[in-house]
Write a protein that binds this ligand. Structure first.
Ligand code: ACM
Length: 257
């Protein structure tokens, strides 16, 4: 049994400390092995200038946001996946960190959405999977979901859970992620925000989906909330669809290029 917690927040634009404090306050209300927070959970998303991004972008090593999340993870013996604007040398990335009490890994968003392309470089980390408490966890960010290759790549690497920080504005993702879970036989945790930011409305509906394509919970479209799902993570190892079909063994990659 492994517990996945999601926070659905409504950050105040550029008020990083306040947003982190409120998010940690919501996490205090539950108990989970893995917490998934939204894309850009502490900064807001709808940047209009590079100066705004630079005012809140952080490096992962030594950065305030990662430091606070790592301490919280250590104290609570859990892992946290959270999105942030990352500064690395002269480049900016739309990144997610995966922190435990003792490690920090970075995933940089592969498929940038809309105006993100003005400020951020396309991710160069590729997709990876880490083990935490013997469960394999991969990360993708928001619009990555629209490219089935993202989730498939993580599943082929053995991911049992896909942590999916998001700032969703298109309405398809919650239903689409049921299919990403089903077609890869994995759990997926989509953590989205709510609210309207400089005219952009975010759709909430954060959720955890199962390898059978079920929605284990889905949050509201408007409210700041948190929830935790207890899963049997072993269900995501078994890739048989029936007695004669196996999701991975029956692939025909020679025809997929
Ligand atoms: C998105 O990728 N934030 C829509």
């Amino acid at each position: 049994m492994f517990r996945i917690g999601i926070v659905q927040n409504n950050p105040r634009f550029l008020k990083v400390r306040e947003n982190i404090a409120k998010t940690l306050g919501l996490m205090e209300k539950g108990r989970a092995d893995l917490w998934v927070l939204p894309e850009f959970f502490a900064t807001g998303y709808n940047f209009k200038t590079k100066k705004e991004v630079l005012s809140v972008a952080e490096s992962v090593s030594g950065g305030m946001t990662c430091g606070l999340l790592s301490s919280w993870a250590k104290k609570n013996k859990c892992a946290v996946v959270a999105g942030l604007p990352e500064k690395s040398g002269a480049k900016l990335y739309n990144s997610a960190v995966f922190v435990t009490g003792s490690s920090a890994s970075i995933y940089r968003k592969t498929h940038l959405f809309g105006d993100e392309k003005k400020f951020f470089s396309p991710g160069n980390t590729g997709f990876w999977v880490k083990s935490f408490k013997n469960v394999k966890i991969g990360v993708m960010i928001c619009f990555d979901w629209f490219f089935p290759e993202s989730a498939r790549t993580l599943a082929l690497q053995g991911a049992q859970i896909i942590a999916h920080p998001a700032n969703l504005v298109l309405h398809w993702a919650p239903e689409g992620m049921k299919i990403r879970s089903l077609e890869n036989r994995v759990f997926a945790a989509t953590s989205n925000r709510v609210g309207i930011e400089r005219g952009l409305r975010y759709i909430g509906s954060s959720q955890v989906t199962s390898p059978k394509g079920e929605v284990l919970f889905r949050l509201s479209s408007m409210k700041v909330e948190m929830s935790v799902a207890a899963i049997d993570e072993k269900l995501a190892i078994q890739k048989n669809i029936n007695k004669k079909n196996n999701l991975f063994k029956d692939r025909r990659p020679q025809f997929y290029a």
